[in-house]
Structures are given as structure tokens and as C-alpha cells.
Design a protein around this ligand. Sequence first.
Ligand code: GLN
Ligand code: ZN
Length: 787
Amino acid sequence: MTLQIQLHSLGFPRIGAQRELKFALEAYWRGEASLATLKAQGARLRRLHWARQAGLDFWPVGDFSFYDHVLDMGLTLGHVPERFAGVALDPLDTAFRVARGRTAPTARGPHGAPLPDAPAAEMTKWFDTNYHCIVPEFHAGTTFELDASRLVEQLVEARQVAAETCPPVEGRPQPRPVILGPVSYLALGKSKDGSDRLALLERLLPVYTRLLQTLADRGVHWVQVDEPILATELGADWKHAFQTAYHQLKACPVKLLLTTYFGPLRDNLHLAVNLPVAGLHLDAVRGREDLQPLLNLWPKHKVLSLGVVDGRNVWKTDLNATLDWLEPVAERLEGALGGQLWLAPSCSLLHVPVDLDTETDLDSEVKPWLAFAQQKLQELQVLGQALREGRAAVAAALQANQAACQARRTSARVHHPVVRDAVHEALGAAVSSTRWGQRQSPHAVRAQVQAQQLQLPLYPTTTIGSFPQTLAIRQARSEHKAGRLSDAAYQALMAAEIERAVREQEALGLDVLVHGEAERNDMVEYFGEQLEGFAISRFGWVQSYGSRCVKPPILFGDIRRPQAMTVAWTRLAQSFTHKPMKGMLTGPVTLLNWSFVRDDQPRADTCLQLALAVRDEVLDLERAGVRIIQIDEAALREGLPLRQADWPAYLRWAVDAFRVAANGVADATQIHTHMCYSEFNDILPAIAELDADVITIETSRSDMELLQAFEHFDYPNQIGPGVYDIHSPRVPTQAQIEQLMRKAAERIPAERLWVNPDCGLKTRQWAEVIPALRHMVAAAQALRQAH
Ligand code: GLN
Ligand code: ZN
């Protein structure tokens, strides 16, 4: 019996190769385009995306989303927060209201009345990716009701596209609906009344059953059910929920492909293998360790799907190396009666950019090493053909691939001896205790030296770094990029913006000033552009949430800092004031976590290289007379591994990297760090180990409750708890700020408190920033007087 090899994908990027979906959404939300126009644009993108997947045996259907797939699943399950229910709207407008608290101004409620705003649903990270999904809200009384219309409509659409574009002789791709499984849906949500989410499973399963039945009635054979939660640690109750769910769903007349991704199944392997489903997808890139144990247990009647192409990164797959381990697996399955092996990317391609071919300016040595979504699907085709017909059938493709992989492995830009030596030297047994990671004196001593030097008042005021990125700044940047504005003219404009930011801060009476970051397009890309070892794409956009995209730089090789990156701008800013000017850097962990990172060495090693580059910049700033240096680590928490068991190892090297970057300075130099989130409980020991003199954090929305954790932990260094939410255009009053700071002072001694906003101000207008900061400075003055 020969083995049947089939190719498929778990999902395709939705945003469009040129971010078409982003622009269509934003036009609709501004009221400039109709809902019909937006929907037509969505249909056009789906059609394009299926066409790009023409060579596959199955097409995902329902992976496309106008905002978020978890939210879509909620609508399919008739489950939206109560504050949004009861208004008869187009489901898409309902989705936008849930996600954004509002929809387009043209969307009207019953009798044409404008819709009131309501608090948007929360977002959370989609597992360990930089994609954010909407958090389903549950309470004891939550009910569900099937609305299969989205999936059914897109199924019809996909069949039509298949019929039009794929010749019948070759066998057309089979459209296969994608849904989020019931257990992951519950796990991603939050109970609003303390009730047990799992108790809802009983009510949820009949709706899933009806959905599968509805799809079966429409002629669907296979349904992809995503249960990524299987790659995380599961308690006994959650494991039990899997049993209950899939034993109940097995009665449905469709075959289920249970998909897991983002990591190994480890102790959930037995559970996953034995669930009564027709097929199982395993992430064979991150979860390769599961493969042998899995094959030993494999029930021969099931379809095994292996995710062999990395859906989380942009590197070309080493096809020969993949075949080296894949061929024996195929041979083993071949013995099985009617054995089936499916190949796919490891996870949905949502997390990579669309098409490398659009990159005309990308570093020409690096470009051939890369594969975006489109290229990854081509790799899949080569692998499929090699397994079906032997490697000789695809000899040319394999050879080209080998040449590219070999070039990458041996490139002098990937392996730089000078960097290797520096890393070697810094890599002591324990970085944090060597001169590389250790400040000269403990914080209590440093604090006195710094107080002497800086002469700051009690409750010193500062901001987090960026000031409004005005239209003028953004236009100058794009004109400069397009070559229509000379370097000198661009620099002069940025200098003028920096001067303006400093003058405004002087006038406001802030104590520690910033230059405002006018010259930075993005806090990671700005450094990526200046460091050797990074390449910058033009269209390498990846969805972060809704219409928001990020363009992660591509970290391909050993990191070197050819010259100082921020010293000149900081000096310039300092020249406009006698107040201390903060140097402003992005930390190594954030540079790492917000980039596509090389996969040929451990992330920890790459992070240390970044740390050494940032360290050199810190020391250059110090030499230039900068007395306060802020090193942002906005993404430290984001890098936490999926499984808590893996947290300590990550935190160890992440903290070490920060310490290497920051701690080479003299006692008199004050190190700040900034983290814009409000969950610290579980990582506070690591945060304390960073040993930054001052940490500024987001706290305004949690009403300073967050400081309780710092208090209980006896956090020893100084803290700037954010006093106002920079995400909102609302200007806080002086009284509100004073009240928040008084609450803060109940938990943290006033001598250790700073006064600052939650985060940078780049998305705000000057007209909002000035009154807000005026109130903040006035509040600090009032607090000092009252002290
Ligand atoms: N210094 C950066 C800014 O103010 C920090 C941004 C961030 O933490 N996300 O914009
Ligand atoms: Zn921030």
C-alpha cells in the first residue's frame, strides 16, 4: 500500500501583500467607504489568497478575518459580550464594536440612530506570537447560538474560486473550513463573574455539533479544528474537557483535523493522539521532539499532518535536511494500511509576511535566504513532490535551495569573528555576577551619588520618550525615503522637531527631559537600520491586531554596531537645555522579541550580541556626558515561553542580557527602564534583578493597584507608575493625577517615586499632550508642597 501525501495550509495572512485590508478597514472606520466596499475588498483578498494556494490539496476557509479570528468564532457561536448584543447590526459592525468599542460613523443602530460607544473587549496575546486576539467574555449565564453564515458563505466562495481557477484534471483543492476548537475558545476567554468557564462546555458543545452538522450538510468532508492550547500546560480539568469535547463531537458526520502548533505537546501527547478525531497536525518545527514518541503510538487509521515549514519565521527551509528526517517517517507510515501523511506549514502563515518577491530593495545577499508565505507554500510543493516521486524529480529545486542554505551558513556577514570574540569574553559562567552584568555599587549607594549629581526635587517629573509624531514628521520621513528630500534637509527638519520638543518641556517645567524621538520611525527598526546583522524589508508587514501591523526587522547575522546610533541627537537635544536629558535606547530583549530572528543559534546567544551592542551605545552616551539613560524593554514580558516550566531559563538570559547592556556604567549614571504593561506579579523577581535605578510602568488604568505587587515584593529601586493613559485622547485633571500619586505613595515611599505618563506620547497630538503634562507637573508640585 503506498502512502498518500497531501499538501495543505492552516491559514494564510489576511492583511494583503500591500496591507490592502488595513487601508480598507481604516477607510470604512473613518466613514469614507461603505460596508459593501469593505466586504468586496475582503472577498477580493480571499480570492487572491486562495489563488496563491492553488497547488495545495486543501484550502483553508474561514481563516480570513476582517479583525480577528477569535472574535469571528465568537460570532459564529452567537457569543458577544452582552453590552453589544441586542442591536440588530450587520455582524461585521457588531464585530467592530466588540473589538473597538465603536464602529464606522456610517453604521447606525435601529431607526438610524447613531450607536453609543461602549468599552471594547480586552485583547490578549495569541499564545507566544505578537498577534493579539479578542478575549471572549464569559459568565455563569452565558449561552450560545449558532450562526454559520460566515463559514457557509466563504465555503461557497472558495468552491467557486476553485472551479474557476484550478483545472479539474489535476484535482481541485478541497475547501476546508477552519474553526477554533471549543477547549481553546474557552481557555482564551475570561470569566467576568468568577464562575468556572469549563462549566460552559456542556452548553457550547451542542453548538459545535450543529456547526459541524451544517458544514456536513453542505458537502464538507474535513474540518480543521485548531486547539493550540494543547501546546501549553494543561490541568487535569482541561485535559478532561478535551476528552468530553471530542468524544461528543465524534458523532458528527465530518472528519476532524485537530491542529496543534507553536510548540511540542510533551505531556499532552497521549491525550492528543488518542482523541477520537480523523487526523492530527503537529508542529514539526518547534515540536519535533514529539515525533518519535508520537510515531510509536500512532494509530494507523489516522491522518498524520506534519508542519514541516516554519510558519513563525522568514527563513528558507533547508529542504534536503527536512527530507533527511521526513523520508524515514514516510517509510514508516507507508507500511500502514491506507497510510496518509499530510504536509503543511507548522502553523497558520498569519505570522509571516505575504510575498518575498515584492521586496525589491532588500539586502541582496540576504534575500535568497528568505521565504515569506508565498515561498513557504512553494517549498511545501517541492517537499511533497520529493516524497511522492523521489528527490530526483525536484533535483533543480533542491539544488538551488541547498546553495542558498549553504551561502547563509558560510556568509561572513552571518559569522563575524570580532563579534564571536566579544561574546566569548562576556559569556562568563554567570553573566550577572561578573563585571559585565554588575553595577559598581548597590542601588542604595548609587541613589545617593545620583541624587547629589542630578539635584532633582521630590516626585521628579519626566516622560517616557516619544513626543507626537506629527504629520510633518511622517511626511518628511516618507519624502526622505523616496529620495525627494536630501539627507541634510531631513536632518534639519528632525533637529527642529527635537528643539521644539525640548522647548515645550522646558516651558512645562518637567525635571528630566527627552529629545522626543522624532527621528525614529519605530523603536526597533530604528536600531535595526543602524546595526550590522539586520536587514529591513519594505513590505514585511505582519498583523498585530485589527488593522495594526508591524514590520519586524530581520536579524540574520552577528550583531555589530559600526558607530554610535543616538549620541549626536542626544547631544543636540542636551544643547537646548540645562536640565538633564535622558538618553533613549531600546533594550536587547525587545530588539530580539520584535524582530524575525536567526534560527541557527539559540535566542539567548543572539540576545547577548544585541546586549553588547547596546552596552557600547550606553557607554558612548555616558562618555558624551549623558547622566540618565533609559533602556526600554517593552517586550520583555512578551518573550515569555508558552509553558511556565520554560520561564526561568528565558528570564535568566533575558535579565542577563539587560544587565550586560545597562550595568557597565558608573554609579553616577542613572539607568531607567520602561515597560508598558501592567502584569508584573509573576516576573517581579526578574524585574528586580535588572537592577535599573528607575523603572517606569503602566499603572493608570489599574488605579495603582499594580503597585501592591511591588510593595509586597519590597521592590528596592525607584518607580515611576504611569499617571495617565496615553492611549486615550482624554486629558487627565491635576486632581486625578494627584489622587493616583497619593495612592502610589501609600505603597511606595515618596522618596522613590517618579511622576510620568504610562508610555510614550507619539500617537497623541501636541494639543492633548501639553495640557496633560501641565496638569502632571502641577500635581507633582502640589505633592511636594504637601509632603
Ligand atoms: N521610548 C518609547 C516611546 O516613548 C517607549 C515605547 C514603548 O515602550 N512601547 O515611544
Ligand atoms: Zn511603553
